[in-house]
Design a protein. Structure first.
Length: 83
């Protein structure tokens, strides 16, 4: 056996493990953020769905409120064009 080669391999392993430890300590906050996002994917989906529904209902309400104003020919044509 070549003991110098074994020592060199051991030294390389130690350096790699130290580098990996340093990398995980730097990226710890990023890892925590990613875990939090993964944990709340379901809640994000349902909140997005609810907000989409609310926006669609609001659009329908505004459309219905403006419809009678736009159809009435007694209203000012400039105001109707603006709406």
């Amino acid at each position: 056996f070549d003991f110098v080669m074994l020592r060199m391999l051991r030294l390389i392993k130690i350096v790699k493990s130290m580098r990996m430890f340093n990398l995980t300590s730097i990226l710890g906050h990023l890892h925590l953020l990613i875990k939090c996002l993964e944990a709340c994917v379901g809640m994000l989906f349902w909140s997005f769905l609810l907000m989409t529904f609310v926006q669609c209902v609001a659009g329908i309400v505004v459309s219905e409120l403006c419809y009678s104003f736009l159809r009435d020919s007694n209203n000012d044509p400039a105001a109707r064009a603006l709406v």
